[in-house]
Design a protein around this ligand. Structure first.
Ligand SMILES: Nc1nc2c(ncn2[C@@H]2O[C@H](COP(=O)(O)OP(=O)(O)OP(=O)(O)O)[C@@H](O)[C@H]2O)c(=O)[nH]1
Ligand SMILES: [Mg+2]
Length: 697
């Protein structure tokens, strides 16, 4: 395999709403450039970048997946990304190591919720952007309507450099406004035949070209004055001007395509190689080791070797595969690099270029290129490898915090250890998964970005690691508290031959503000309980409160004061006073009016504007309190506080109410009293659940 220097490399992330045709379009680009021998299809499970079983089964890309091609001497590294909100961290990571984003927009649906989110991610990284209005062959496809929508959402920097030649069933090619030619496509080769612009579109094409020339001229002072003097720009000026303007983000060129029909691929490749910045032109942020200064570095073969690991794949056979960008220098097999993030040494021995699942061995990769390496010992996503012992590091990737938890149970008893090993491996690959044990409910929890994300994770556990688990809705970590102050008495007395047992105490309990947990006060005067037994009373109360009274949940936010008691000189011991303490608390509960507390979540829902009304109604029905609503572009953000118990099945509702276009995030906010009628249900459900009443007997 040839090696490529930075000036002849383009790194492009293909991003957009799910189903806009990203994966199919990449198949078309790869085939057109001869990187694959046939046109892969998402629908047959043959698209090179949807190769994993889960992606094939679901017909959706679930992870950032690289592939590459060569077009007229330039290497184009494409990174396919998921369009689903659940997997957006993958998209974010891909945008960290690419220099341009190709935003794919469906010609029927126009701008969608995830289009706006990925646009935002790309602009955070200040990436050059290209837009392709795709699937133009579909019924009701409209370039004009989609463009209008794009203008309304992202502004006037978006400008067509192509117009469609025909639409819907009649979509047969593209009109190139720069070269002023039409291209028609036959037989799915992706290579157009140049023809004259048809008379019917000629006037429209002239106007569109003028708009393009004007926008490009505006982005550069020298071009602007040329434009004023001459009234237009030469083709060369237009091409160079466009390249600079795209690199600066001053112009976002808009293209036409139909990936499934392989229409427009060659023109798109030409545009990407011509207008996208090379790694030489795009400095990446780094942090200097010596003084923690923020600096930037651009691709340069003569600089030290510095490699940024942006993704890890946990392969049960090949082990760990680390995907990286060579930021500067050259990486070679049979060398050793320092892992500056972990302070270890890594042997470089299995460099490769990834083409979906196909791994091509390479001996070296140059600055600016993307590649992968198998079997690094310690490297994790976000690490910096370098051939210097101290050097700069690249900032880590920010991964989304988990949104949703399920309880995880092995289908086979005794599989717990296998599960935790496998989960650990999967977490290396997907840092947005978290696993922990709920200290309150004792369940093994798995948390992630949404239901689909967790289902995919469970499927991976089974397929790759052979462990079968079921997901269950997690138990809600309710708490109990008291609403009235009272005094109470606990006496433990037993006389069974030999030594007896005797402990006796009086306590006062009173409610404390939310979040105070538990306080204990010793208010014994005159030795009614000997000093050394007071801690035993506290211990008894502690143990009893953690077991709960209403439904077995910990009792919190109250204070217990022991103020009196009595003892027996021979029979009193620690054990007896512990018993007395817990009996006293139980007695207190008959008058302290205990209630259940439930966790309230802070919820933010993100959905298309037209769904906002319904979603607010639904949140109200879930006992939610709406605290804000804000419409921006196509999407509305609704903020609300909702009980956790009402949110367990929210994702399914949101998906069906928005046709999969909504997403949400939530975090724990605080605890509140459960309304009385709900409380009775929870208490009843909990008792039948466990078949026993909770007592400290
Ligand atoms: N009519 C038509 N259908 C297309 C075209 N491109 C893709 N499709 C179909 O649209 C569906 C979605 O295509 P994908 O390429 O998987 O879309 P994606 O953007 O990768 O979707 P995610 O991976 O879920 O983000 C598939 O059924 C494709 O066959 C096209 O140009 N025309
Ligand atoms: Mg896809």
């Amino acid at each position: 395999m040839p090696t490529y220097a930075a000036a002849t490399i383009r790194n492009v992330a293909v991003v957009g709403h799910n189903g806009s045709g990203k994966t199919q379009l990449i198949s078309a680009l790869l085939f057109t450039a001869g990187a694959t021998t046939r046109l892969g299809r998402v629908d047959d499970g043959t698209a090179p970048t949807d190769f994993d079983d889960e992606a094939i089964a679901r017909k959706h890309t679930l992870a950032a997946t690289p592939a590459w091609l060569e077009w007229q001497g330039t290497k184009v590294n494409l990174v396919d990304t998921p369009g689903f909100g659940n997997f957006l961290s993958e998209t974010g990571a891909a945008l960290r190591v690419t220099d341009a984003a190709l935003v794919v927009v469906d010609a029927v649906a126009g701008v969608e919720v995830q289009t706006e989110r990925v646009w935002g991610l790309a602009s955070d990284q200040q990436l050059a952007r290209f837009v392709v209005i795709n699937r133009l062959d579909r019924e009701r496809a409209s370039f004009a309507t989609a463009l209008e929508d794009l203008h309304a959402t992202f502004g006037r920097t978006l400008v067509p450099v192509q117009l469609p030649y025909g639409e819907e069933k009649g979509f047969r090619g593209v009109i190139d406004l720069v070269g002023q030619r039409a291209y028609t496509y036959d037989g799915g080769t992706g290579r157009g035949k140049a023809v004259a612009i048809p008379e019917s579109i000629a006037a429209e094409a002239r106007n569109a070209r003028e708009a393009l020339v004007e926008l490009v001229a505006e982005a550069d002072d020298a071009l602007m004055s040329r434009f004023f003097d001459e009234g237009t720009l030469t083709d060369d000026e237009l091409v160079t001007g466009l390249r600079t303007a795209v690199g600066k983000g001053a112009v976002v060129p808009v293209f036409c395509a139909a990936g499934a029909e392989n229409i427009g691929a060659d023109r798109l490749l030409e545009a990407l190689t011509q207008y996208a910045p090379s790694p030489v032109e795009r400095p990446l942020p780094a942090i200097q080791a010596a003084d923690a200064q923020a600096v930037t570095v651009s691709a340069d073969d003569t600089a030290p070797t510095r490699v940024f690991v942006w993704k890890t794949v946990a392969d049960p056979f090949a082990g760990r595969i680390s995907l990286f960008r060579v930021v500067t220098g050259v990486i070679r097999n049979d060398t050793t690099l320092s892992n500056l993030t972990r302070g270890s040494q890594e042997r470089i021995a299995h460099l490769m270029a990834l083409q979906g699942k196909t791994q091509a061995q390479v001996n070296e990769l140059h600055a600016g290129d993307l590649g992968a390496i198998a079997k690094l010992k310690e490297a994790q996503t976000g690490d910096t490898l370098s051939d210097k012992a101290t050097d700069l590091t690249f900032p880590p990737i920010a991964f989304a915090a988990p949104l949703l938890s399920y309880a995880l149970e092995p289908k086979t008893r005794g599989d717990e250890d296998k599960i935790s090993t496998a989960l650990h491996r999967l977490q290396e690959e997907d840092p947005t998964i978290r696993t922990d044990r709920d200290p309150r409910t004792h369940e093994q929890l798995i948390s992630g970005q949404g239901q689909l994300h967790l289902e995919v994770t469970v499927a991976k556990l089974k397929r790759r690691f052979g462990v079968d688990v079921t997901l269950k809705l997690p138990r809600i970590p309710y708490l109990e508290t008291i609403t009235a102050s009272t005094e109470a008495h606990g006496r433990h007395k037993k006389q069974t031959g030999g030594h007896g047992q005797f402990g006796d105490c009086k306590i006062r309990v009173e409610p404390l503000p939310r979040g105070s947990d538990f306080q204990f006060e010793d208010d014994i005067f005159g030795g009614s309980i000997p000093r050394q037994f007071v801690p035993a009373v506290e211990k008894g109360i502690q143990e009893a409160r953690l077991r709960g009274f209403l439904a077995g949940f910990p009792l919190v936010d109250f204070k217990a004061t022991v103020f009196d008691g009595s003892f027996h000189p021979v029979d009193s011991n620690e054990m007896s006073f512990k018993m007395a303490g817990s009996l006293a608390l139980r007695d207190a509960m008959t008058r302290a009016r205990p209630v259940l507390l439930e966790p309230i979540m802070q919820v933010e829902v993100y959905a298309p504007n037209e769904c906002a009304g319904d979603l607010m109604g639904d949140l109200n029905g879930r006992r939610g309190r709406i605290s804000g609503m804000e419409a921006r572009g196509h999407a509305t953000t609704i903020k609300a506080q909702v009980p956790m118990s009402e949110m367990l099945t929210y994702e399914q509702h949101l998906t069906s109410a928005t046709g999969g276009r909504g997403s949400y995030r939530m975090t724990h906010s605080h605890y509140e009293e459960v309304p009385a009628h709900q409380q009775a249900k929870i208490v009843a459900a909990h008792k039948t659940d466990h078949g026993v009443e909770h007592s400290d007997a």
